[in-house]
Design a protein around this ligand. Structure first.
Ligand code: B12
Length: 219
């Protein structure tokens, strides 16, 4: 495969997601995988840039919520084919992570990418989904025995739910039993420090490295 056709497959996938063409996105993903492109390259070079572009179009008033929704749906059609290839077979080698998007927040694309890479990176992942109330995170530690709690938020308003979740873990007496990591576009290291989280990462690969570090692993 030459560089040009590799680039064009990536470009076709990226454009199909921006245009909200779920079937085309799935077909382009299958073609790219069949051509030998790495699943991670499709995520890093097509899916994330596509969502960034959809966000830019939303910000400048060219896209509205319906366009974002169809773009997200197209991305998920592609993600469904890629995720099983990212997930590794090593179960729970490094520990158990419960991760979810906090209460009031429906954004789950980034969280799903983090889930896929954590699974591929040797963690057992309890995916709590989106719009997850603090008490569900508490149960994940107290009942399910999670070693790490991962909180995702994409709205400045719902970032406050991260603080509420840390407080709920404290009030339930289980804060010492699990590390808390946070992420999502508006979240910063400074915010993580302010709410007493144990770590922050601004992308899925960094989230895996962070989780490994917190479990006492070097790589
Ligand atoms: C797609 C999208 C939507 C889709 C979501 C579909 C879905 N199933 O997720 C839909 C259409 C539903 C939507 C709805 C809304 N959205 Co919206 N949306 C976006 C958009 C364009 C992309 C988000 C995304 O998926 N990015 C791609 C992923 C890969 O990046 P990511 O999420 O940041 O994740 C990475 C890292 O942050 C990190 N990470 C993520 N989570 C975690 C967790 C942990 C533990 C760690 C360590 C790391 C980590 O790793 C990820 C992978 O690398 C953003 C704009 C933008 N550029 O961010 C707006 C945006 C987030 N939305 C916005 C808004 C305002 C809304 C609405 C309120 C719109 C409305 N008027 O209804 C609603 C809110 C609904 C709700 N209650 O949640 C605003 C938020 C503004 C703000 N300051 O709060 C943004 C920034 C757009 C804008 N510029 O105005 N949205």
């Amino acid at each position: 495969m030459n560089a040009e056709s590799t680039g064009s497959l990536i470009a076709v996938l990226r454009q199909a997601v921006i245009d909200g063409q779920a079937k085309e996105a799935a077909a382009a993903t299958e073609r790219a995988l069949a051509a030998g492109l790495a699943p991670r390259a499709l995520v890093d070079e097509a899916l994330i840039p596509a969502m960034d572009e959809a966000g830019r179009l939303f910000e400048c008033g060219e896209f509205f919520v319906p366009e974002l929704l169809v773009a997200a749906r197209a991305l998920k059609a592609s993600q469904a084919l890629i995720t099983p290839l990212l997930a590794g077979s090593a179960a729970a080698a490094f520990g158990r992570i419960a991760i979810g998007t906090v209460k009031g927040d429906m954004h789950d694309i980034g969280k799903n990418l983090v889930v896929a890479l954590l699974q591929g990176g040797g963690f057992e992942v309890i995916d709590l989904g989106a719009d997850v109330p603090p008490e569900r995170f508490v149960a994940a530690v107290a009942v399910d025995g999670a070693d790490i709690v991962g909180l995702s938020a994409l709205l400045t308003t719902t970032m406050l739910q991260m603080k509420a979740t840390v407080q709920a873990l404290e009030q339930a007496g289980v804060r010492g039993s699990a590390k808390v990591i946070v992420g999502g576009a508006p979240v910063t290291q400074r915010f993580a420090d302010e709410i007493g989280a144990d770590g922050f990462a601004d992308n899925a690969a960094a989230a895996v490295a962070l989780a490994r570090r917190l479990m006492g692993r070097t790589a």
